[in-house]
Design a protein around this ligand. Structure first.
Ligand code: SF4
Length: 210
C-alpha cells in the first residue's frame, strides 16, 4: 500500500464510529476516540489491548505508569517511544471499551479486529517486530502468522514461549501487560527480566536506535 493509501486508512480509522452506530452488541458507552499511531517507516510495532480512560482522554497511548515501565523494559525514552517514524502503536481495540460492572476495563471491541486489523497490519509490511502486549494481541498476531496458541493459554505460558516466536516474520515478542499490578508476576518469573528483557532491549535497539 502506498503512503497515501496508509494515510487514508489511518484517517478512516480515526473517523470510525462503528461501535457507536452499528455495534455487534452493546454500543460504546462514550463517543469513539480511536487511538492509533502508525507510519510507513516504523520497524517496531507495539500491539496492546485497548486504551484506558486516561488514553481515551489524552489520545496518547501508554502515557501512564504502565507506559513508563514498558519504556524501561524497551530501554527507550519518551521522545523515542513517541517518534511514530520509528515506533508504531496499534492496540486490539483502538477505542477505550469502557468498564464492566466491577469497574475493570472491558475486553477489546471485536468490531475493531473485524473492520480494521487485517487491512492495517497488511499495510505495514516494513514492521519487522511486533511487541504483543497481553493475551488479546498475542492471540491475534500469532494466529495470523500461523502460530495459533491454545485457547485458554495464559499470558504467562505464552510469554514463556517467547523464543519460539523469534523467527516469525514479522517477529513477535509476547509481553505481559506492564501494569504495576503485574509486579507479583514479575517476581514469580525472574527469567523474564533475566532472559527475555535483554533480548527485547537488543531487538529494540537494533530497530529503533541504530
Ligand atoms: S473500537 Fe475500533 S471499530 Fe469500534 S469505533 Fe473504535 S475504531 Fe471503530
Amino acid at each position: 500500500m502506498s503512503r497515501a493509501g496508509l494515510a487514508a486508512l489511518v484517517d478512516a480509522i480515526g473517523a470510525c464510529r462503528l461501535c457507536a452506530e452499528r455495534p455487534d452488541g452493546p454500543p460504546l458507552p462514550h463517543e469513539p476516540r480511536p487511538v492509533v499511531r502508525v507510519s510507513a517507516t516504523a520497524k517496531l510495532l507495539i500491539a496492546g489491548q485497548a486504551p484506558g480512560l486516561r488514553v481515551h482522554r489524552s489520545g496518547l497511548p501508554f502515557d501512564d505508569p504502565s507506559g513508563d515501565r514498558l519504556r524501561a523494559w524497551m530501554g527507550v525514552d519518551r521522545a523515542t517511544f513517541y517518534d511514530v517514524a520509528r515506533i508504531g502503536v496499534a492496540a486490539m481495540s483502538f477505542c477505550f471499551p469502557g468498564y464492566d460492572a466491577q469497574g475493570s476495563d472491558l475486553p477489546p471491541r471485536r468490531e475493531c479486529a473485524r473492520q480494521w486489523h487485517d487491512a492495517l497490519f497488511a499495510a505495514l509490511p516494513q514492521a519487522e517486530t511486533i511487541l504483543a502486549v497481553g493475551k488479546y494481541a498475542q492471540t491475534y498476531h500469532l494466529r495470523r502468522l500461523g502460530c495459533a496458541i491454545p485457547a485458554g493459554a495464559s499470558v504467562a505460558a505464552t510469554v514463556g514461549r517467547w523464543r519460539e516466536f523469534w523467527d516469525l516474520e514479522p517477529r513477535v515478542i509476547p509481553l505481559p501487560h506492564p501494569s504495576w499490578r503485574n509486579s507479583a508476576w514479575l517476581k514469580r518469573n525472574p527469567w523474564f527480566e533475566a532472559e527475555a528483557l535483554p533480548a527485547l532491549r537488543a531487538e529494540v535497539a537494533r530497530l529503533v536506535l541504530t
